[in-house]
Ligand binder design. Sequence first.
Ligand code: APR
Length: 255
Amino acid sequence: MDGRDAGIQNAAHLLSNALRGLALTGAGISAESGIPTFRGEGGLWRKYDPVKVASIEYFMADPSAYWSVSRERGGAALAARPNPGHRALAALEAAGRLTAVVTQNTDGLHQDSGSRDVIELHGSGRAVVCLDCGRREPRAEVQARLDVEMPPRCQSCGGGKLKPTVVLFGEPLPQPEISRAFELARHADVMLVVGTSLVVYPAAEIPLAAVRAGARLIVVNAEPTPFDGIAEVVIHGRAAEILPAVAARAVATGA
Ligand code: APR
């Protein structure tokens, strides 16, 4: 049995006995759905300055800095479909091996794949809100008019500050979501981390809180992460390939 198989076997064993399993996901789980990551190979922040295109300070000064990148790349996220990695987490939840999925992603693919309890730490990229009149609009409708309107304008008040309902750099995370995520982490028996570089806080603090409270840590990521050293199981590879194998074994042998 090679190292990867042993890792899959060990991860499945831990999850098969989990009563309060918790997952934390990042951009890597959606990479195989065609959405580029941020820091990995071909990542968004390798091409754009995150402060200039995704901070609240710059957004308030000039919303088109954000929307011009969305014009180029936003369509991919809206057109994306869940992959076997997302579906494997939904299957683990349905089998009672996972309590919830905490995600840094704003693409909504966990919900599309059937996960019921999804905690969106960084908001959702599927809606926008007008900062002048508060009107909300589906993101897809705004995306559709970016070729003729930059920045896009509110259909109700004409205002030019349509903000995606995501957390931009410099904005606080939504309190109910972050509190609940930490509460679940402090009671988790198994913490499964998938597809995240674990460099953005407070999201990266969640697996630490779980390990401090006694949870056993599993890391599934294409590249090494800063937490590999404290993990019980580390599997380097593609989530859409590894998670279905782990889930199939965990559900088959589940407690
Ligand atoms: N399967 C598993 N892991 C993958 C895959 C894959 N197919 N493809 C890439 N990865 C890994 C990369 O190796 C990288 O370590 O996913 C990780 C993605 O890391 P980031 O791009 O840093 O994304 P993430 O950790 O989600 O970023 C956190 O930063 O930019 C902000 O708000 C944004 O939510 C985001 C936050």
